[in-house]
Write a protein that binds this ligand. Sequence first.
Ligand code: AMP
Ligand code: GLY
Length: 428
Amino acid sequence: MKILVVGGGGREHAIAAALARNKTTTIISVMAKRNPGIDGIAENVLLLKETEIPRIVSFARENGVDSAFIGPESPLEAGIVDALEAVGIPCVGPVKSAARIETDKAFCRDMMERHAIEGCPKYRVFHSAPEALDFIKNYEGDLVVKPIGLTGGKGVRIMGEQVDRNGAIEYVKSLHGEAVLEERLIGEEFTLQAFVDGTHLIPMPLVQDHKRAFEGDIGLNTGGMGSYSMPDHMLPFVTSSDYRKAIEIMKAVVAAMERTGQPYKGILYGQFMNTAQGPKVIEFNARFGDPEAMNVLTLLTSDLTEIVHHITEGTLLPSHVSFDTQATVCKYLVPEGYPASPHAGDVITVGPHSDALLYYANVEKNDGGLVTQTSRTLAFVGVGETLEHAERAAELAASGVKGRVRHRRDIGTKELLERRIAHMKELR
Ligand code: AMP
Ligand code: GLY
């Protein structure tokens, strides 16, 4: 099978690597910047912005690809799946109208409410500043302000954490009142990703991401600094009842989308806040998480090419999907100053890392070696029988990198995990 992989981050390197474990699969790539990892796997690469849909469609046809795997959200929003499927190339990824589950936060919340899907926080959608400001001024308690469209995970402002009421008011003004305002949820976050073929949903291991730039969960929100998963595919602060509820919520979304004539196909990413009342939905994404894709795809023991086939045919069964029962820890190296003022153009050297997998992201490879860009540089994934083993492998590899990059040492450590468990105990 010949598969087009769209996107050039750590997530897409993990997708390409998992597909290429099937020796009969050929990878073709479209990415904005040359990811050295994908470059080493792909038979043919086109360097192009991932939203240049007509040119991507021509490239896919010229290369005779059988199907496409869409990594990031921006091409989904631009209608890449609609365009590729119109010329007979089936995709892992939803059509534009179904991708609104991620690209339009008002659509997502209204869909949950209309279909009485559990786990929806109290929310209101606004299109005018005076009304939104009135609401904030009169609301008792903390609110979260979300711009309606895509912001690369950096557009949310949380009252009581990042801004006070006045800060929230100023922020809503800057958005001209185009925002979703919702109750602030308190708890522990987890990610549940699933393969979806329009009807059937097959879950992957739970992962916890770390959005904040610095150790101890402080600093600005980033695309994600790293993530971990446990050998039993659960998380110690998520009970089996929480897990069942989260799965039911995701299945209800898939059923609702199918009922309303826009079946959802691709990867469904649920970001949940586990609260005193159980899991609530922070958001859905229409794609794999980055870094979370690296955790689960490293563990995938079944053939991703075959899964692609079943997703596009609508014939996906639980027996098509299996994962190794090991722990994973992913740590991203990022440029100094990331995310606010990243320093780019620095040469870095990778040390010995035989116990961890290396996934490249926003980094250039030239004759002088690896050179940082402005976004996340590269990631190491440690795999082990226990979280401790996986963490040690990832940490050893990450701390062996020389140059103007940094990473979070605390991801996947016992201390951090115990803090999460204690927080959940305190809430319940
Ligand atoms: P998002 O862009 O929706 O992923 O949000 C970014 C981050 O904001 C999430 O990872 C959460 O930590 C936080 N967040 C979003 N919505 C809420 C909410 N309703 N309550 C508390 N935190 C939230
Ligand atoms: N890691 C969060 C995301 O990919 O949206």
